[in-house]
Design a protein around this ligand. Structure first.
Ligand SMILES: Cc1cc2nc3c(=O)[nH]c(=O)nc-3n(C[C@H](O)[C@H](O)[C@H](O)COP(=O)(O)OP(=O)(O)OC[C@H]3O[C@@H](n4cnc5c(N)ncnc54)[C@H](O)[C@@H]3O)c2cc1C
Length: 458
């Protein structure tokens, strides 16, 4: 990168917010995936005007820009595969307004998801999207990846709560898309184009989010199965029966053992699978829902059902769910985390096919995830330095994508495409859909400076 660019960046945001030493660049070269590409320079702007100026500068010098929130992404979105500027957005971290009368919040992009959730809860309302990374991820990253989470099965995912946003476009202009009103219909919903766009179409700086009523009560249940198939069938049957729990999470035996070894919370290590199920609503409604959940679980072969009602017991179960990632990291150093998602009715078939794939390629695969919305997380536990094993991993991943599509599903339920799944995107979109995606990218970002190498610009 030309020294002139770095000098101008320092002038725009202050020298203390521009880092170009190798050790700094290495720190911003990776996310939660397993490959690293260092940027040429790291910049931490403090407001929208600075971001607009940086984008204009990058355009003048034809330098790529990769937006970065907390870098918890699982598809490599924040990794600057073509070098250039790593644009770190964590200084834009103000919760600007929680408007309880209109049930709308206005936040800057770099607000940590859990900080926002806590502030909304304190104001007496509820923001349902709950990625398992909430304690670290940013709201901007959630929008750019369209994050999901355990509650998606009942409450939907991030896109269902986005009303509008302020965006810096690739030419450096600043636009407001949508606004604070749920019923806004002045033209097409351009903001939705940015949801899930992974930093390839604009830099999101401010977001308007919809808030809802807080449920008055909830109950958490743990159903234990001696067969993974039975647990998978329970998920399909539960949804087909018309009862939509708030969460419906699955963990297979390898996952249960890894978490128990890590946390020692008393999980049933001899079970082939467990389902972590939560229902919420009025006190009266949850009693009926829980009864129905227990009935379906028993009909499908659950051997034991535990219920947790105190905050401590509920927290213990969720602690187990949240500990899956670090627990698996203890088994093998490289965790390839996929999120291929299938229609709920196909979960039993998907689970069977995943097990066959793991066996065929002789790989250690844990299966867990938001089964209630078809979003299984097959994670392959491997070692990136073992090249022979990594080749088998690549073949297994390609096969699991094929299977998900064959079953009517998608490559990604929530982690996005990034650079990791970009080579496979056309399998899902088809040639015409892929060409349309490329055309949209070209129209909005003709120079291709925003996050090159991701999504349609692969
Ligand atoms: C342990 C663990 C658990 C996880 N659980 C879940 C889960 O339950 N559900 C889920 O959906 N995901 C999950 N993830 C994945 C990840 O946390 C989400 O994708 C999250 O939304 C990323 O947020 P981030 O701030 O870390 O974004 P980053 O990783 O920094 O960036 C992600 C993408 O967004 C772009 N981006 C970031 N900010 C902006 C902006 N302001 N404007 C434009 N583009 C931007 C980046 O360029 C990149 O393409 C998990 C990850 C980990 C490590």
């Amino acid at each position: 990168m030309q020294q002139q660019v770095i000098t101008e960046l320092k002038r725009l945001v202050g020298a203390q917010y521009v880092m170009d030493q190798l050790e700094d660049r290495i720190c911003y070269s990776f996310d939660a995936t397993f490959r690293d590409f260092p940027p040429d320079v790291v910049v931490k702007p403090g407001n929208v005007a600075e971001i607009a100026a940086i984008v204009k500068l990058a355009g003048r010098y034809n330098v790529p820009i990769t937006a970065r929130g907390a870098a918890t992404g699982l598809s490599g979105g924040a990794v600057p595969v073509k070098g250039g500027i790593s644009l770190v957005l964590t200084r834009l971290n103000k919760i600007i307004d929680i408007d309880t009368a209109n049930r709308v919040a206005v936040v800057e992009t770099g607000v940590i998801t859990q900080d926002f959730v806590n502030a909304v809860t304190q104001a007496g309302l509820f923001y349902p999207p709950d990625p398992a990374s909430a304690k670290t991820s940013t709201i901007g990253g959630n929008i750019a990846e369209c994050a999901g989470g355990p509650r998606g099965v009942k409450y939907g995912i991030t896109r269902d709560y986005v009303l509008g946003m302020e965006v810096v476009l690739p030419d450096g202009s600043v636009v407001e898309l949508g606004n604070k009103f749920d019923s806004e219909m002045a033209g097409p919903d351009w903001g939705m184009l940015l949801v899930g766009s992974e930093g390839t179409l604009g830099i999101i700086t401010k977001i308007y989010l919809k808030l809802v009523d807080k449920p008055s009560a909830k109950q958490t249940l743990l159903a234990v199965f001696t067969s993974l198939d039975d647990a998978a069938r329970t998920v399909s049957e539960m949804i087909a029966s018309g009862t939509i729990p708030t969460t419906l999470e699955i963990m297979d035996n390898l996952t249960i053992c890894a978490v128990e070894d890590y946390l020692k919370v008393g999980l049933p290590v001899s079970a082939e699978a467990i389902l972590l199920i939560e229902v919420d609503g009025s006190t009266k409604a949850i009693v009926k829902q829980a009864e129905h959940v227990i009935k379906v679980c028993r009909q499908c072969g659950a051997t034991e059902i535990q219920t947790a009602s105190t905050p401590e017991d509920i927290d213990k179960l969720w602690q187990a769910r949240r500990a899956i990632s670090p627990a698996c990291g203890k088994i093998n150093p490289t965790k390839i985390s996929e999120d291929a998602t299938v229609p709920r009715s196909q979960i039993p078939a998907m689970v069977r096919r995943l097990r066959e794939i793991a066996q065929k390629y002789n790989l250690k695969m844990v299966i867990f995830g938001h089964a209630g919305d078809g979003n299984l997380h097959p994670n392959i536990l491997s070692n990136k330095h073992d090249h022979e094993e990594m080749e088998r991993v690549e073949q297994a991943v390609a096969e699991l994508f094929k299977v998900a599509l064959e079953l009517g599903g998608t490559l990604s339920g929530e982690h996005g495409i990034g650079y990791m799944k970009a080579p496979f995107l056309q399998w899902e979109t088809g040639e015409t859909g892929f060409a349309a995606g490329k055309t949209i990218k070209k129209v909005i970002d003709p120079q291709g400076i925003l996050n090159p190498g991701k999504l349609f610009n692969a």
